[in-house]
Design a protein around this ligand. Sequence first.
Ligand code: ZN
Length: 133
Amino acid sequence: MVEYINIKSLSKEQFIDITRLVQGVIERVGLKDGLCVVYVPHTTAGIIINEDADPDVIGDIERHLDKLVPKFGDYRHIEGNSQAHIKSSLVGHSVAIPVESGKLLLGRWQGIFFCEFDGPRSRQVIVKLIKEV
Ligand code: ZN
């Protein structure tokens, strides 16, 4: 069984902290110990774990990704959104987090961020919970 989190991004690029939403799924389902896989089924979005204390960290990541993957380049994709596809590939589409006593085992400064690279759009995040045996 999978759970879905629906997200509406509001701009072309946006990193959205979904940590509480993922923790909410764990509590709703009642998983105590196991593994939480958070997966993004989109080709122009992604998912990362990084610092949620200082918003400048996420800003720095966004700005640096822009330097790595410029908006205009020697791209062939007819849709014109190759920058978004490449950024999505770089950050990846899933993270896996251990769950202990009903809580995500994230570090003190860690949060889970949905990464929009081609918004604004309606998006889905899939959460798969695996119970420890
Ligand atoms: Zn495309």
